[in-house]
Design a protein around this ligand. Structure first.
Ligand code: F6P
Length: 522
């Protein structure tokens, strides 16, 4: 596999030159006025997702240069290496194989994905675990004595299953109340426990490593609460979702569903970590979710580069981050069920690509991950869209809209859709006034992702699209998108500080930390 860092390609300099001569003065209003075909040229279908990129600061020359950048950087070879199970997570010496989690079992109808003995062996493990996990989900669904399911996990062991369970609420037919506890802040667990009865609650302890301090603390407190209330049947009321089955057993949980080191935490909801979703929407629904993602995997693996949607989105991300210097991207899902999508994408993008050295450990001379943030529309319009329209920063917006409503309240959906269209339009066209407070500069870029319907399949496709887009931008930047060393230091320091809160020992601490610690103890 030959990867070339983006800034060491010939295309990089050409893009920089083009940006200086034309790119920076590009105006969307003129681009639409000059090209009646612009929408057709810069929009495309991908499996279950339609994408309109036309309201971005892109022209044909820029796109060609960016595609050339992808070719020269070896993105396609890198992609193939990921699918083939090479150890593309080099700093941890691991394969990056979440695509296997959604691949149909062999012999697979409808997939031409590569096979070899090693892939087949992993796939067999994936499917036997999936079958066991889904059989368990069905048994929980059928058990009317269980009314509440509490997922205890954090990061990838919380954000994915929570986001997807909320997003697919219209498909939830288990009759169970689903709860998600992630924060080590005891207020969260305490508030949840208040709503529970020990004999009707199932706790899922979700942790890839089974060592994460927040999750272990919450799991211990949940178990103590269970026992204090007279609960004895741990096998029935606790299950663990982890790669560290031995630690789960040592903790006293015997019902376990495993996964593998090659599943990154933020890429894990397709594994046993997806159990809350499977309980909520059932085994068939979960299979549909996987199938939607697999459809997008096949698109990413096989579509020509110029119509490969994850590649096109990632190139746009690089164009904005490295040439325009835009520092963030706002996620605007116009569907209230997608309200945790921004938080989910924050981890996906920022934990993957928030890196300052390349895969070889060398400092980068350019920027990487943008900041991702957002709220569902139309709420964001009444909060921070002011800044998007008239602020001094340009923030590309990513709208996600769904054509079909699954409620029957008259009028609402048309109003919602007219708002999302209007916001994208207003950002782009702006409005010239007398040059003061009521002036809208326009030329504010946005991408519009459209789903026909929010279903398990389309959600799977949408998330796989985002995963692959993050892969491609990380690949261009030459970084390892699959480690997260940056979360370690805080963990180590918290361990050092915790006993000091009791002892008051401030030896060796900086002045501010020592001062705050003293104040907390006073
Ligand atoms: O915050 C770091 C991190 O390792 C994430 O990458 C991960 O999703 C999260 O912690 C939870 O880890 P685990 O599933 O091992 O508890």
């Amino acid at each position: 596999m030959s990867r070339v860092r983006c800034d060491r390609t010939a295309a990089w300099g050409q893009i920089q030159a083009y940006y200086e001569t034309s790119g920076k003065d590009f105006h969307l209003r003129d681009a639409f006025a000059n090209d009646p075909q612009r929408f057709a040229r810069f929009s495309q279908d991908a499996p279950l997702v339609f994408a309109d990129l036309s309201k971005n600061r892109l022209d044909a020359v820029t796109e060609d240069l960016l595609l050339e950048l992808a070719q020269q950087s070896g993105v396609l070879e890198h992609r193939d290496a990921m699918f083939a199970g090479e150890k593309v997570n080099a700093t941890e010496q691991r394969e990056v194989w979440h695509v296997l989690l959604r691949r149909p079992p062999k012999p697979a109808l409808g997939t031409t994905a590569p096979s070899d003995g090693r892939i087949d062996a992993e796939l067999a493990k994936v499917h036997s675990t999936l079958d066991a996990m889904l059989a368990y989900a069905e048994s929980v669904r059928a058990d009317t004595s269980i009314t509440d399911v509490v997922n205890i996990g954090i990061g990838g062991s919380d954000l994915g299953p929570q986001m997807a369970t909320l997003a697919l609420d219209a498909f939830a037919d288990s009759g169970k109340r689903m709860h998600f506890v992630s924060n080590v802040d005891g207020h969260e667990l305490a508030a949840t426990l208040k709503q529970l009865k020990v004999y009707s609650t199932l706790f899922l302890i979700a942790s890839k490593t089974f060592t994460t301090i927040e999750t272990m603390t919450n799991a211990r407190s949940a178990k103590a609460w269970f026992e204090a209330q007279g609960g004895t049947d741990t096998a029935r009321h606790f299950a663990a979702l982890t790669t560290n089955v031995a630690a789960a057993n040592a903790f006293g949980v015997t019902t376990t569903f495993g996964f593998w080191d090659w599943v990154g935490g933020r890429y894990s909801m397709w594994s046993a970590i997806g159990l809350p979703l499977a309980i909520s929407i059932g085994a068939e629904g979960f299979h549909r979710f996987l199938a939607g993602a697999h459809g997008m995997d096949e698109h990413f693996r096989t579509a020509p580069i110029e119509t490969n949607l994850p590649v096109r989105l990632a190139l746009l991300d690089v164009w904005y981050r490295n040439f325009h210097g835009f520092t963030s991207r706002s996620i605007a899902p116009y569907h209230s069920a997608l309200r945790r999508l921004p938080a989910y994408l924050q981890q996906l993008e920022m934990e993957s690509n928030g890196k300052r050295v390349d895969a070889g450990g060398e400092a980068l001379a350019f920027d990487t991950s943008p900041v991702l943030w957002g709220e569902p529309g139309t709420n964001g319009q009444h909060a921070y869209f002011q800044m998007l329209h008239q602020g001094t920063d340009v923030v590309p917006v990513e709208f996600v809209a769904v054509k079909k409503a699954r409620h029957t309240l008259p009028g609402h959906h048309d109003l919602l859709l007219s708002n999302v269209l209007a916001q994208a339009q207003a950002l782009m066209v702006g409005k010239a006034d007398v040059g003061g407070h009521k002036d809208f500069p326009g030329n504010r870029p946005s991408t519009f992702l459209l789903l026909e319907d929010l279903t398990p399949e389309s959600l799977g496709a949408l998330i796989a699209l985002q995963e692959h887009r993050v892969f491609v931008s990380g690949s261009l930047w030459g970084i390892n998108s699959f480690d997260q060393w940056g979360v370690e230091l805080g963990k180590v320091l918290a361990k050092d500080i915790e006993p000091r809160l009791a002892s008051g020992d401030v030896t060796g601490l900086d002045g501010s930390t020592a001062g705050l610690l003293a104040r907390l103890r006073a």
